[in-house]
Design a protein around this ligand. Structure first.
Ligand code: GUN
Length: 290
């Protein structure tokens, strides 16, 4: 029987901290502000953006949601980002992904000033993550690490398997686990002997995007299982990548879906936004040491 790592409880704690820090900045005359750009009508993206705006309101962070048409050109979008870069009232900029096919996603992301890149997706922040420099960490893997740490487990020296090599989750999760001194295996659709690799993992992070992908036989007894998947089944219910009922009896700790990593992603975004505002108030770029 595993203990459940509650994203609800942890995220609430982190958001309370973000709110406290935003209030402190407000006393100094700084109103923390996040700009969120959404292009097109993707329902999942719209739901995510609504969630982010709600979190901002709860944390005393101002949020501007810019809804742009699916037909927008890359240069028009770059123009919007430039305006937000120049606007000193805006501390964080987030471009909701995915973007329409006519737009080169990474070019747009890289247009965001690194000190306003609260998603941590620019090449500058990724490079700093690789080098071990201070940077904005991508929110979902940062949330996963917080969840691991909340168990009190020692990450150093453990065998960690990450399934999924996306730029948003899998790759940065592997880098962050590496920075915590875990021994990391980054698995993906071409990985051979995936089951065996997973079944040897002390820490298993599933970021595949396929319901029921991780079955009970892929869990090492006592493993800590972090389920990043948010999938919708045919009947509309949300589920993760892990077959919870099979994994839970074998794991020592496991995250639920819903109520797990998703809430942590949003909470970490609030922390990154407050930090961006604080850094900018101190007149320093984010790469500089505290
Ligand atoms: N699309 C799916 N997840 C994310 C995220 O964390 N940030 C952004 N900007 N877009 C996403």
């Amino acid at each position: 029987m595993a203990e459940i790592i509650s994203g609800k409880v942890l995220a609430a704690r982190i958001k309370a901290q973000a709110a406290q820090q935003a209030a402190k900045l407000r006393e100094k005359g700084i109103s923390v502000r996040l700009a969120v750009i959404i292009v097109g009508e993707n329902p999942a993206s719209k739901a995510y953006v609504r969630g982010k705006a709600k979190d901002c309101a709860e944390c005393g962070i101002l949020s501007d949601v810019l809804e742009l048409p699916q037909s927008i050109t890359e240069s028009e979008l770059l123009g919007k980002i430039e305006q937000l870069n120049q606007d000193d009232r805006v501390h964080g900029i987030l471009v909701q992904l995915p973007l329409p096919p006519q737009i080169r996603e990474q070019s747009v992301i890289n247009a965001i000033l690194p000190q306003k890149d609260v998603d941590g997706f620019t090449d500058i922040n990724t490079g700093r993550l690789i080098s071990g420099e201070e940077c904005f960490l991508p929110c979902t893997p940062a949330g996963c690490i917080e969840m691991l740490k909340s168990t009190g487990m020692q990450i150093a020296g453990k065998d960690a398997v990450v399934i999924g090599r996306s730029n948003i989750v899998g790759k940065p999760a592997a880098l962050m686990l590496c920075a915590e001194n875990a021994t990391v295996t980054l698995c993906h659709s071409h990985t051979e002997n995936l089951k065996e690799k997973c079944a040897a993992a002390d820490i298993l992070i599933a970021a595949v995007g396929k319901a029921g992908f991780v079955t009970g036989d892929m869990i090492k007894p006592g493993a800590v299982v972090i389920d990043v998947g948010i999938n919708r089944t045919a009947d509309g219910t949300l589920c993760g990548d892990v077959v919870f009922d099979e994994a839970e009896p074998k794991a020592s700790y496991i995250t639920p879906v819903p109520g797990g990593v998703g809430l942590m992603t949003r909470a970490m975004l609030m922390m990154n936004t407050v930090r961006a505002a604080r850094n900018q108030a101190q007149g320093r770029g984010d790469g500089e040491k505290r």
